[in-house]
Design a protein. Structure first.
Lengths: 220, 105
């Protein structure tokens, strides 16, 4: 795949190294000459010095035939502009953007050309919640512009699902248990799998199903 | 107000504005000019940001023109002939032009 990465800071250079290392064609963009040496030192990546918010620079970086543009600078405004240009001017199929300040997260959607946004604070919070919270639904990932998602519920002792078979749960049609993590083992769920206290139940569902999932696994 | 010449019997478009391509023949990622008639208008409020989603058809296919940050464009009404210019991307709604240049014909 051809990937254009806007922003050669710590995130961008790491991505370039990793993705380039597994064989993708990488173009790394940054306007800052002080990062140039470190960026050029990355094997398997081409470095372009220029302003990623400039259509001509994006064109020179090959956005016209890139499969992915990743806007991962430390500046949310720049990331939004790069995303919009990538989608609007070049029709890039997948635009991934980094959200630095969670307060800006609401803007990082298809209105600005963003297909997938990643906010580190948000992710960390979700993972911390997931690790320490029993009896709560934690949203891990969302797909399809927010219409579907993967969430996890750690079953508390008072969960209505404890002792029940998966087929007995009143889960809505468009929700499916895709995995159970039990004592560091992965249990592949079948209709007659019996749920236990402290099971981490992973559910893939449409977003509207969340209330029903809570009712089935947390509190009826 | 028709910009297309149509076949008298079948109503098929037989001539199109200069420099435009059939919508059915275009793909994503290439700068194109297409012309058609507005077949559907939708305002989508997405988390506080309004957008205008206009479907344009020319008999060979349909594309979507998405203008962000606005609910309406003067003159863009159902049935109006419009020319769009830009690079389209594949989206869940089909081939979509984001904030394209346009000409009301």
């Amino acid at each position: 795949m051809k990937i254009v990465i806007a922003g050669a800071g710590s995130v961008g250079t790491y991505m370039a190294g990793e993705l380039g290392g597994i064989g993708h064609e990488i173009v790394l963009l940054d306007n800052d000459t002080s990062v140039e040496n470190r960026a050029r030192a990355i094997g398997n990546a081409v470095f372009v010095l220029g302003d990623a918010c400039d259509v001509d620079v994006l064109a020179a970086a090959g956005a016209a035939d890139a499969d992915v543009v990743a806007a991962v600078t430390g500046d949310d405004e720049d990331n939004l502009v790069v995303s919009l240009l990538a989608k609007q001017e070049f029709g890039v199929p997948r635009v991934v953007a980094r959200v630095n300040n969670p307060k800006n997260e609401w803007m990082f959607n298809e209105m600005w050309g963003v297909d997938v946004s990643v906010s580190t604070p948000h992710l960390l919070t979700a993972l911390v919640e997931e690790a320490v919270t029993e009896g709560s639904l934690v949203s891990l990932l969302s797909f399809e512009h927010g219409k579907a998602g993967l969430c996890v519920v750690t079953l508390a002792p008072d969960s209505p699902a404890v002792g029940k078979e998966i087929s007995e749960l009143s889960l809505p049609r468009e929700a499916t248990v895709v995995g159970i993590v039990r004592d560091a083992h992965i249990v592949v769920p079948t209709g007659d799998t019996v749920l236990q206290v402290r099971d981490e139940v992973l559910v893939l569902s449409r977003s509207e199903a969340e209330a029903d999932i809570r009712a089935a696994l947390i509190r009826p | 107000m028709g910009i297309f010449r149509r076949d008298k019997t079948a109503g098929q478009i037989t001539a199109r504005p200069v420099g435009t391509e059939q919508i059915g023949s275009i793909g994503a990622r290439r700068f194109v000019r297409v012309a058609g008639e507005v077949s559907r208008i939708r305002t989508k409020p997405a988390r506080g940001i309004p957008s205008l989603c206009v479907q344009v058809s020319d008999g060979t296919g349909t594309v979507v023109a998405l203008w962000t940050g606005r609910r309406a464009i003067g003159g863009v009404v159902l049935g109006r002939s419009i020319l769009l210019e830009g690079v389209a991307s594949d989206s869940p709604d089909g081939l979509t032009f984001m904030n394209p240049s346009y000409e009301l014909l």
